[in-house]
Design a protein around this ligand. Structure first.
Ligand code: ADP
Ligand code: ASP
Ligand code: MG
Length: 406
């Protein structure tokens, strides 16, 4: 008998029939005698609908109210699941994030978990009740409801697994595991049996939406194994584990596509020490995460600095850049939202050379222009135009022979 934390995503909870399906799966685990904590997302595309409704009543909805709104999606799921389990004769209780003591900071819509106090659920687990917890949400120190960023239910699940000392955290979704790239974008993508936290973290940050990147960060810090698997079958999925437990040695583990970033280019600015420091400090203060940065110097000692930010922070970024240019009394800026970032990720890159050249050649072969490049020890990312995103993903996936046929 084990304590198991399972998370079911919105794709597994499309409608009440799917809720009943999941309830039946939970019943089987319960009958085996396990103690179960089940974390749920909102049903299907509920969160998207809620975001859409907010935009219909407000041009820039307040973040506190946004969290109040978005957190309702998960509450519908947990209540319905508890009822469905009760109907099957399985004792179950639903809890909001606040009720299970998920305490976060006050960064609305992107909050980070500070602590979890699981005393509230322990006695129920001991009485063999299934505890159903709303994912994606917590409360700050003033009891305001917060949310953890889109896809954040994965992070709720890993955090609960860590707090409860579970053996592993199961993430149930609509694909059989983590693939070499999004199987809904490249038909040839192959399921990966095991990959390291480091690789999964990069892939998640760079667009592999199958796991929320913060869930991987938290699992890595606490050595919690994440098992990504399908809620539609019983097949073994993908294990996300420490690096020394990954058997298969490959150079590139996976390829990701990110389409929610925009590029800002500030042009015609003086070439003087301290300017970049000032701009990026202002962005950092406003909690804008800058991803890639490229600076180039033109003829008359004028600089251009291009950088990428997520579209979510684009309005804040524009305001900051405009104020900075006003203070500088020179320069101008352009925004390009039609970009895509394609990245190759693998710990094997640490000990191999020529990977960048192979990736760039693959893109050249299909006539795709590279607009920006950024590398780290275990990844290479390029910015291409949005229209070229899918083609670039496919080309890089093929170049590293990641497909089923290879
Ligand atoms: P859930 O509702 O279960 O949280 P998500 O939509 O957040 O589901 O995540 C599952 C989806 O992630 C898949 O349907 C797939 O399209 C996408 N995805 C992106 N990259 C990958 C990848 N490398 N491996 C598997 N799935 C991926
Ligand atoms: N329901 C939230 C979202 O759609 C959280 C999640 O699904 O993990 O982003
Ligand atoms: Mg998800």
């Amino acid at each position: 008998m084990a304590l198991i934390v399972q998370k079911y995503g919105g794709t597994s909870l499309m409608d009440t029939a799917r809720i009943k399906n999941v309830a039946n799966r939970i019943k089987l685990y319960h009958e085996q005698g396990h103690q179960l904590v089940v974390v749920l997302s909102a049903m299907g595309h509920t969160t998207d609908y809620l975001v859409e409704m907010a935009s219909e009543v407000s041009s820039e909805p307040g973040k506190r109210e946004m969290d109040m709104l978005l957190s309702t999606g998960e509450q519908v799921s947990i209540a319905l699941m508890a009822m469905a389990l009760d109907e099957l004769g399985v004792p179950a209780l639903s809890f909001t994030g606040g009720q299970v003591g998920i305490l976060t900071d006050d960064r609305h819509t992107e909050a980070r978990i500070h602590s979890i106090s699981v005393e509230r659920v322990r006695p129920h687990l001991d009485e063999h009740k299934v505890c159903i917890v709303a994912g994606f949400q917590g409360v700050d120190q003033h009891s305001n409801i917060t949310t953890l960023g889109r896809g954040g239910s994965d992070t709720s699940a890993v955090a609960l697994a860590v707090a409860l000392g579970a053996r592993e955290c199961e993430i149930y979704t609509d694909v059989d595991g983590v693939y070499t790239t999004d199987p809904n974008k490249v038909a040839d993508a192959r399921k990966i049996d095991r990959l390291s936290y480091e690789e999964m973290l990069e892939m998640a940050r760079l667009g592999a939406g199958v796991l929320h990147s913060r869930s991987v960060e938290m699992a890595s810090k606490n050595n919690m194994v994440i098992h990504v698997r399908s809620s539609f079958n019983n097949a073994q999925g993908t294990l996300v584990v420490p690096e020394d437990e990954v058997m298969e040695q490959v150079v590139v583990r996976g390829v990701s596509l990110k389409t929610d970033e925009a590029r800002i280019a500030v042009v015609d600015i003086p070439d003087r020490p301290g300017l970049a420091a000032d701009l990026f400090s202002r962005l950092a203060e406003a909690q804008v995460n800058v991803d890639m940065i490229v600076q180039s110097t033109g003829k008359d000692q004028k600089n251009t600095i291009s950088f990428t930010v997520t579209e979510k922070t684009l309005n804040d970024s524009r305001r900051i850049v405009e104020a900075w240019l006003r203070d500088l009394e020179s320069g101008s800026y352009e925004v390009d939202e039609e970009i895509a970032i394609v990245s190759a990720v693998g710990i094997g890159m640490k000990s191999h050379s020529g990977i960048a050249a192979r990736m760039f050649q693959a893109l050249a072969n299909v006539g795709i222009n590279i607009e920006m490049i950024s590398t780290s020890e275990i990844k290479i990312s390029v910015v291409v135009s949005m229209d070229d995103g899918r083609g670039a993903l496919q080309a890089v996936h093929e170049a590293f022979e990641l497909g089923k046929a290879s």
